[in-house]
Design a protein. Structure first.
Length: 361
């Protein structure tokens, strides 16, 4: 999978505001490191603006170097050794090493980042290619291309021979590495340097059926955790964007119409917390046979048991389909308040999402 948070939409906002910044990206790691390959940060004259490349002393050094590069507009590749020892008072003791690319002129790739955002808004994955030209030892030149998952690549012929198949594999194979660095020897058409490939996925979709207190709290947590949040409620007075400001989309209407309003994909997480047992059952009937990554429904063990019997006896679900439902919903943390219940659900969403990431690479 890609990194948990895609930083490029935030970068677009900064660049459109003409805010000078450096895009720092971890392009290679060895051993134990505080962040994985693909982690990114935006750094301005005042310091860290968004994201992270690991925190601590390493990030401080990256910030300091970036603040110098903002003025010179000269990009560079920097190595950081984390093999220090506590006994010697070292600040970096993870035991590994990192190479971090500092792009001092990301505005030159603004059109590429905008293409990337359009794809993500359309829920389309792709691969971002960063080409680093190291032919001039005094200056690192950076160029980028966006490869959406539609094979419409007008510049593919310009790529080094080993890059095109790597992009195709990252798009085709979900368990392929999400980031890859490829050394480029250089020839008469391609400069010597390296290519860095990142598979970028759209945000996973969190659908919350029910805009009551739990739904409102969960929408806030879902947004914070990097989901695209949609909240639905059949009560128009509850399906109010002003009451759920963290939701990306707020929908209303009768329960029988909900399936036509919501698209379910394999990265969709559905939480059913409506205002009544009947409504929960109606929504569940619409989605229980879908390919959602997660379906969870609130309810007591008694309610769940009765609903299970009803669904299976009426042929609304098979026993196998019912086993996929997380109900009673949430991790057992002894939650009592609305906020605690929302946190228990959010924790379960994290658990399932990370399991999915580990399975898919």
């Amino acid at each position: 999978m890609s990194t948990s948070t895609c930083i490029y939409p935030e970068l677009i906002d900064l660049l459109q505001q003409h805010t000078g910044c450096v895009l720092a990206t971890v392009v290679e790691t060895q051993g134990s490191t505080p962040q994985k390959t693909g982690s990114s940060a935006l750094i301005g004259e005042s310091g860290l603006l968004a994201g992270t490349v690991g925190g601590g002393m390493t990030e401080l050094k990256v910030i300091q170097q970036s603040q110098l590069l903002i003025k010179s507009k000269k990009s560079g590749l920097f190595s950081f050794d984390l093999h220090g020892e506590i006994a010697k008072g070292s600040d970096s003791i993870c035991g590994g090493s990192m190479k971090i690319l500092l792009d001092a002129a990301p505005e030159l790739s603004l059109n590429v980042f905008e293409q990337l955002k359009i794809s993500l808004d359309q829920r389309q994955k792709g691969v971002l290619l960063t080409m680093a030209d190291e032919s001039n030892p005094r200056e690192l030149k950076i160029s980028r291309h966006w490869f959406p998952d539609n094979k419409n690549w007008p510049f593919a012929e310009e790529l080094p021979n080993n890059v095109d198949p790597a992009i195709s594999e990252m798009l085709r194979n979900p368990i392929a590495d999400s980031c890859q660095i490829i050394q480029v020897k250089g020839n008469e058409t391609v400069a010597k340097g390296f290519a860095f490939l990142e598979r970028i996925l759209p945000k996973p979709s969190l659908i919350i059926a029910g805009a009551g207190h739990i739904g409102q709290s969960l929408a806030q947590l879902g947004k914070f955790l990097g989901f695209k949040v949609t909240v639905w409620d059949d009560r128009h007075e509850y399906a109010d964007k002003s009451k759920i400001p963290d939701a990306d989309i707020v929908l209303s209407g009768a329960a029988e119409l909900i399936r036509s309003q919501i698209e379910i994909q394999d990265d969709t997480y559905l939480v059913i917390v409506t205002h009544g047992h009947k409504n929960d059952a109606e929504v569940l009937r619409k989605f229980i046979g879908s390919g959602a990554a997660y379906i969870g429904m609130i309810g007591s063990k008694a309610k769940v048991g009765q609903m299970k019997t009803t669904f299976i006896e009426n042929g609304w679900a098979s026993p196998e389909q019912w086993k996929r439902i997380f109900t009673p919903i949430g991790l057992d943390i002894g939650a009592q308040t609305v906020e605690e219940i929302a946190i228990s659900i959010a924790a379960q969403l994290i658990q399932i999402r990370n399991k999915k990431k580990n399975v898919n690479g």
